[in-house]
Design a protein around this ligand. Structure first.
Ligand code: SF4
Length: 314
């Protein structure tokens, strides 16, 4: 389906719902589509488009939509994540129909002697998985697509790599189809298996080196072990907000003799923590902060599961 057809399809599905006022939410990479969608919709319905950053469907702005009198929230670019939206919500994942075979053909040697491969991707490139699998199998590789707890076969999220881990004991390495480092890095912090990335923009297949991030994780854990005071951070982002987890963690840390404080923010940034004097931060929101930006904070930052690793609780 080309882009015109895809947008036409979204418009007609929205109009089928006969809304009065639509709240539109798109990730940064698709912001250019906002005007196109508004131009095509606003003869028929009122439209308001959010310009807040949106990293996933965990960050739906349903309360904002309701407060602005919208009766339909249209979330483009991600699959459904939350289950209890405050207004009717339609999700339109944005698939890129890319062919991974040319890159695989030209770079197959990079895989060396690895023959058993766990194939992974994000929601955007799910359509590329079967093409990659077909080609690799035709070359004699054994391919595994793991089952995730809340994802499609072979799909990972930065906060959920369970599909990859479900095949960990069967594979020699992983091949991740997509761009950026957040998703494969989330996996690298949970496995020692090599990870390759097939990048459509760069047109290459490369082995990723995450040693620096693994070392950062070791140092942060070591510093946290010595910490006396902990700040547990909750976000107000709907699908990432875990107050119960935070208070449970607080209890466990108190039992370990630590001082514990709970803080809440929408976007978690270093600036908002100015003047807050704690030895260690524990992130209960999207793991990206501790995975990719761990050194951007004054204190060591750990994700909630990493605290459990240190003090021996779940
Ligand atoms: S990785 Fe972060 S942004 Fe992506 S779905 Fe999970 S919590 Fe949301």
């Amino acid at each position: 389906m080309d882009e015109q057809e895809r947008i036409g399809n979204i418009i007609s599905k929205i109009l089928d719902e006969n809304p009065d006022r639509v709240f539109l939410q798109v990730p940064d990479g698709l912001k250019k589509k906002i005007k196109v969608l508004e131009d095509r919709l606003d003869d028929e319905v009122e439209v308001v488009a959010s310009l807040e950053p949106c990293y996933g469907a965990c960050d739906i702005k349903d309360i904002e939509a309701r407060n602005l009198g919208c009766d339909l929230l249209v979330h483009i670019g991600h699959t459904r994540f939350c289950r209890d939206e405050e207004v009717k919500t339609m999700y339109f994942p944005w698939y890129y129909d890319m062919d991974p075979v040319p890159v695989l053909k030209s770079s197959l040697g990079v895989l060396g002697d690895y023959r058993k491969i766990g194939l992974l991707t994000t929601a955007n490139f799910l359509h590329s998985l079967e093409k990659a699998r077909g080609f690799l199998e035709s070359k004699g590789f054994e391919i595994f697509l793991g089952e995730g707890k809340r994802t499609e076969k072979g799909q990972i999220l930065g906060c959920d790599v369970s599909s990859a881990l479900s095949v960990e004991d069967k594979v020699d390495c992983y091949v991740y189809i997509g761009s950026g480092k957040f998703h494969p890095l989330g996996l690298a912090l949970k496995t020692d298996k090599p990870i390759f990335r097939l990048d459509f923009e760069e047109k290459n297949l490369l082995k990723l080196d995450f040693d620096r991030f693994k070392r950062q994780q070791i140092v942060a854990k070591e510093n946290a072990r010595q910490a006396e005071s902990f700040g547990i951070v909750i976000t107000t982002k709907k699908g990432q907000s875990m107050p119960d987890v935070a208070f449970e963690l607080r209890k466990k840390l108190l039992d370990c003799g630590k001082d514990v404080y709970i803080f809440v923010m929408d976007e978690i940034t270093k600036d908002k923590l100015e003047g807050i004097d704690v030895d260690c931060l524990v992130n209960t929101a999207c793991p990206r902060i501790a995975v990719e930006h761990r050194t951007g904070f004054r204190q060591p930052v750990l994700n909630k599961d990493e605290v459990g690793d240190i003090f021996g609780f779940e």
